[in-house]
Design a binder for this molecule. Sequence first.
Ligand code: BEZ
Length: 402
Amino acid sequence: MTRRSKDKELRLTRRAILGGAAAAAAASTFPAPFVLAQPAKIKLGLMLPYSGTYAALGNNIADALILAINEKGGKLGGREVQYVKLDDESEPAKGAQNANKLVVGEKVDILIGTVHSGVAAAMVQVVREEGTPLLIPNAGVGDATGKLCAPNIFRTSFSNWQPGYPMGKVAAEMGHKNAVSITWKYAAGEESVQGFKDGFATGGGKVTHDLRVPFPDVEFQALLTEIASIKPDCVYTFFAGGGAVKFVKDYDAAGLKKSIPLYGPGFLTDGTLKAQGASAEGLLTTLHYVEDLKNPVNDKFKTAFQKATSRPVDVYAVQGYDTGQVLVHGLAAVKGDVKAKKEFYAAMKSFKVPSPRGEWTFSKSQNPVQDFYLRKVVNGENRYQKVAVKALAEPTAACKMA
Ligand code: BEZ
């Protein structure tokens, strides 16, 4: 018998045995304790945008999270994992209903999500009532780890204020004195601009005009004309995903790029560069990740993610991966017992996350304390320039953890 046919036979034999055992168990005369019970699967609810402006962000988060768990054998605390995916469409009006579908309907053990701050705000309300653990792998809405912080709510990404603040500092250091802000009119945009304003003010800078478009509109022409007439020293903008692609191209096409520097948090140029082409060349942004960071975790992650998905990494993939790492660590500490909440939360909170972005820790409000990098688009890639602010925590005064 060849090695191959022997292997096949072994597999068949094993299946036959398992099948036989199942049949025997069904018709068993043994009392129940003799039937070995498998621990039930851990149910993870992945509530993310899989369609619309933020679809690419949601897909990268989900795929990288699953990658992190698969790298550890595909189990959490020794238990198999069942993923329940739900497309939230970045639609805040459906946020509570969708979160309830997973928490109350599907009875997920842990809820993961989401990208859009308005949807995340609804998820926070649901888990504060139901007590389900929530890990936020992107949405930066300040209240989630601010005035609505809670022991069961963790964020593995950033608060919206965080990436804006270092960009404001850098703009001030470059000698700019006044700026115009332009963004979508919702929490992510408003809070990001507040971060920029606070950083800019440290060097005496002031934002003189705040221009807004409704989410997810991408009609920028009238506002670009207004910017041209204001002639500020610089422009600060928050757009991400499909909106960032359109804005960067329109800013360039309007002739503004060569006369008024455009700055933003790194979402402006993350996962978007191919579509933005030459319009993005030279843009400066600040973020907690850049692809060319030199560390072994980043090297390994870039290769593994590309291999698993055939896509390059971006900040959203990193955040998904870290969410997976935090879950692996937290559930190993309680051997998969999600009901041991106190110990589960304590293990996650004290974890020093070995991330592709560089090691980070959780603040007392359960939001990352992490380095922010200044990046520049060179030849179609975001390139590391320097650490803009080291170990930056969000302002945590609003969080009164019960
Ligand atoms: C937000 O809504 O919080 C968000 C969306 C995309 C990128 C960054 C933040």
